[in-house]
Design a binder for this molecule. Structure first.
Ligand code: GN1
Ligand code: MG
Length: 364
């Protein structure tokens, strides 16, 4: 089916004009679609949900609808415009479900495009980075009263770094594509830092830090901004909203936004944590949530930065060993470059630990 046909199954308004693919994102396929309603442009975002990654798309959509409804309520309570600050899910014409299934059994969903919204894949603008921190912090804060246990686990053990390590060990043992020898140094380094990289997960399992509703994919390009005022608006990409630790969201965001290079840049010698970017995001994020999280959670935020950086490295590495089946890749060895980049970042995080702690302390 064409995107135009898919759109016609949703409660969209107007006459179809055009469709453009949005090529960012390593998992789903995303399209921006424009409709014309009596001379006015109505824009929507249509996405095919990757069924190999999300084994139960209906549960994913159930999570998203419940979370966006909850946040919408909170946003209205504080008197801000929910059309700008929360994603709105369209329903299907026939059964009012928040998705449609096409003739090949693929699941599609449709969101209203937030007016005048832009996203940034990478930025050096500290104001934008601070605002992205604020947006993820607010999202977390708005979801305080939501019972994390009632959400489906859209991807089981998603940020369980211990389970991710088990998968890497298994992939190295099986080595089905005979690739382990090409990345032996990277594998060895991952195993060397395993103890520290899995510490956060142990604290979670022992109940030292609580499970909360977290976003779990806090790349800065998952926040949209008003292209005129520059203000941070809604948080996007809610597929992995489920229970997790605050340090997962903080850590994943920092490893992406505060990297001096983008996460797959092969010039790994230049990879480092940019302390100004680190500080800007921390200021925004911690500023929003410092009064709602515990002292112990605050003390684990930087551990989260290390854990998430290593976790991404081992996920890319495991995917490479298993034949590049999970993340979309643009060339052979793309996952190796991603792995090397994240490991270089992890090394720099270890070096700058004290500096990061001092900055974090300042905003706690
Ligand atoms: C994937 O869908 P996207 O590109 O936002 C991945 C994240 C990784 C990220 C790395 C469901 O995110 O966990 O951090 O790639 N999402 C899933 O770029 O696995
Ligand atoms: Mg995502």
């Amino acid at each position: 089916m064409t995107i135009k046909e898919i759109c016609s199954l949703f409660n969209v308004k107007g006459k179809y004009v055009e469709c453009k693919e949005i090529p960012t994102g390593n998992i789903n396929s995303t399209y921006a679609v424009t409709f014309d309603l009596e001379g006015q442009k109505n824009k929507y975002v249509v996405q095919r949900i990757n069924k190999r990654v999300f084994l139960n798309p209906e549960q994913v959509m159930d999570n998203i609808v419940r979370v966006t409804d909850f946040v919408c309520q909170k946003v209205k309570e504080v008197g801000i415009d929910d059309n700008k600050f929360v994603l709105h899910v369209l329903t299907a014409k026939t059964d009012e479900k928040p998705f449609v299934i096409d003739d090949e059994g693929e699941y599609w969903r449709c969101y209203c495009f937030i007016p005048n919204a832009v996203t940034y894949d990478a930025t050096t603008d500290l104001g934008i980075i601070e605002q992205a921190g604020g947006a993820f912090g607010r999202f977390q804060k708005f979801l305080q009263g939501f019972d994390a246990k009632t959400l489906y686990e859209s991807i089981p053990d998603f940020h369980d770094t211990i389970v991710r390590y088990e998968a890497l060990h298994q992939a190295v043992t099986l080595d089905p594509f005979d690739r382990a020898k090409k990345v032996s140094e990277e594998i060895e380094y991952c195993f060397q830092i395993e103890e520290k990289a899995t510490e956060l997960q142990r604290l979670l399992r022992e109940g030292v830090i609580p499970l909360r509703v977290t976003h779990n994919d806090t790349k800065c390009n998952n926040v949209c901004f008003d292209k005129i005022t520059g203000e941070a608006l809604a948080v996007l990409d809610l597929d992995t909203v489920m229970s997790g630790a605050v340090a997962h969201d903080f850590g994943d965001a920092i490893r992406f936004v505060a990297n001096t290079l983008i996460e797959d840049d092969p010039n790994v010698d230049e990879v480092a944590i940019d302390m100004e970017k680190y500080e800007a995001f921390t200021k925004g994020f911690v500023g929003e949530i410092k009064d709602v999280i515990t002292k112990t959670e605050k003390a684990t935020l930087n551990l989260g930065v290390f854990a998430m950086t290593v976790e991404l490295a081992i996920r890319f590495l495991t995917d490479y060993l298993l034949g590049d089946k999970y993340f979309k890749t643009k060339y052979p060895g793309h996952n190796v470059d991603r792995t090397r980049n994240q490991l270089a970042l992890a090394k720099d995080i270890l070096l700058k630990g004290d500096l990061m702690d001092a900055i974090l302390q300042k905003y706690c």
